[in-house]
Design a protein around this ligand. Structure first.
Ligand SMILES: [Zn+2]
Length: 225
């Protein structure tokens, strides 16, 4: 494989809220996996130091403010906490939503601009050769609705894209080589083709872009904090 440009991102890095939305979410909820991907940012920052990607960025607000890994037109981009705020103070809710939308647009635009410029500046060796490898770093809760998730690391990609399948296999093999007992599954606990940042970038930039999400079980990360 030719040398590709590496991008690292961490959409659910933070559990912080901006002042405009602070009163909308109870403080104890902010400490849970609902608010952010527990432990993900620590892994992400280690990877940034280790791999020195040409581009990287992390979310600075909780997904309860706005989910950077959803299309902004997807209803689930905005959490249920907007409804209570709206019932209490409509103007405040509208103001927070406008700020959230601007923040989302800025985050997405920064990444898209980098990808666009990088793809333009590189000449492709072969049509099938990817030029950009994007790894999104996430974590998932070990138990959801009483169901234990029996996987350590999930690798999310689009099975219809041969390059992503190849990279997903390489990543899995490398994890298994280093940690043979690790349970690694493809497209678990979510599908790589669901609405999200990588799905949007695939559509926008085509085969030159390879987008893979790494989902780490939070039980492995609880000592990281
Ligand atoms: Zn996440």
């Amino acid at each position: 494989m030719a040398k590709a440009i590496l991008i690292l991102t961490c959409e659910h890095a933070s559990n912080k809220l901006p002042a405009a939305f602070k009163s909308a979410v109870p403080a104890d909820v902010l400490e849970t996996h609902r608010a952010y991907d527990i432990g993900a940012v620590q892994v992400f920052r280690k990877l940034v130091k280790f791999a020195k990607p040409e581009f990287y960025c992390e979310g600075k607000f909780s997904r309860l403010f706005v989910d950077l890994n959803r299309t902004i037109t997807n209803k689930s981009a905005f959490s249920e906490y907007y409804e209570a705020l709206e019932a209490r103070d409509k103007a405040a809710a509208e103001k927070a939503k406008a700020q959230a939308t601007a923040y989302w647009n800025e985050y997405r635009a920064t990444i898209e601009k980098f990808v666009e410029t990088a793809l333009k500046s590189k000449t492709r060796v072969a049509k099938s050769e990817p030029e950009i490898i994007h790894l999104g770093i996430h974590s998932f809760t070990p138990e959801l609705n009483g169901k234990v998730r029996n996987t350590d690391i999930g690798i999310l990609y689009d099975p219809n894209r041969p390059q992503e399948r190849a990279y997903a296999n390489v990543i899995k093999a490398e994890i298994k080589r280093l940690y043979p007992a690790m349970k690694v599954r493809f497209n678990y606990p979510y599908k790589g083709t669901s609405d999200g940042l990588t799905t949007t970038l695939r559509k926008k930039f085509g085969p030159g872009y390879v987008g893979i999400e790494i989902e780490i079980n939070q039980k492995l990360l609880s000592y990281e904090r």
